[in-house]
Design a protein. Structure first.
Length: 287
């Protein structure tokens, strides 16, 4: 795979030179490959949201660079503007940003800002609505008449309609019930597969990132503390706990089993747990 984003020695300082100076990011470097699904985890204040806002030019680095397809996104105004269409960012609780009279108008806002013609805007709105499970009838409804989960899908659809090559989501399932969470995560995965898009998802749900992502970035104290597959990261479960992070419940259970002397290795999905327990019981699991 070819890298689409490269972050080099990124540093960001809020309120520099004042008594309120705060270093939010310090010497952060990594690359993102095209088509990857990456999870970003870290405790509150670790720099996750600040990092995400650098990747499409909403924040400018104090020092360091962000490259999109090998080009610094701050090269000139045109490059910065284009990067904001190519790298879509969905904030936490994006439904609070809905403002149009109809769902259709809300989803079409981004594509219209791109200068697309009416026919292309219409295609994108209808295709995206179908992708996230919104009906043609709902397109004509007010977004404020929809359920919480449906509003979230409308807000995500508004970003997806711009067909970004990279889709960044900050806690996309926050506040949703289990059904709504499953629907939104399904929509994200459907977009990734349909467009071979790169997904970067900030989440406090270790179960979600363990199940969905191919790679995890762990932020701690403004630094990138870990970068690896879920297996590699959750194998360092105690370090995560020491950072104040949660770990998947199944990982916690297996750590306890190992502590009690059972010959098991850390796992992070139910499927891995079943495989180990099956081997441990000689191939027979009793319900």
């Amino acid at each position: 795979m070819a890298s689409i984003i490269e972050v080099k020695n990124l540093r960001h300082v809020y309120s520099a030179g004042t008594p309120f100076e705060h270093v939010a990011l310090e010497d952060v470097s990594f690359t993102v490959e095209r088509g990857e699904f990456i999870g970003i985890i870290g405790h509150t204040g670790s720099g996750k949201s600040t990092l995400m806002q650098h990747l499409n030019g909403l924040l400018r680095p104090t020092s360091g660079t962000v490259l999109l397809d090998g080009k610094d996104i701050w090269t000139d105004k045109a490059t910065t503007r284009q990067s904001r269409f190519r790298v879509g960012l969905v904030f936490q609780y994006p439904e609070y940003q809905l403002f149009e009279e109809t769902v259709y108008k809300d989803i079409s806002f981004g594509p219209k800002n791109m200068g697309l013609d009416e026919q292309e805007v219409d295609r994108r709105v209808r295709q995206t609505a179908e992708l996230v499970g919104l009906t043609p009838e709902q397109l004509e409804a007010s977004p404020f008449e929809l359920s919480g989960g449906q509003k979230r899908r409308v807000a995500i659809a508004g970003v997806i309609a711009m067909e970004p090559e990279v889709l960044i989501l900050d806690e996309p399932t926050a506040g949703l019930d289990p059904s709504g969470r499953a629907e939104v995560l399904g929509n994200i995965e459907a977009y990734r597969k349909a467009k071979n898009a790169t997904i970067m998802m900030v989440s406090h749900s270790m179960t979600d990132v363990a199940r969905l992502t191919q790679r995890l970035l762990v932020m701690n104290g403004s630094h990138l503390a870990m970068d690896g597959t879920p297996r590699e990261v959750f194998a360092r479960a105690q370090e995560l706990v020491d950072m104040g992070l949660d770990i998947p419940e199944i990982t916690r259970v297996f750590l306890k089993l190992k502590e009690l002397g059972l010959p098991v290795e850390p796992v992070y999905t139910n499927e891995q747990a079943v495989a180990q327990l099956t081997a441990l019981r000689g191939g027979v699991i009793h319900a």
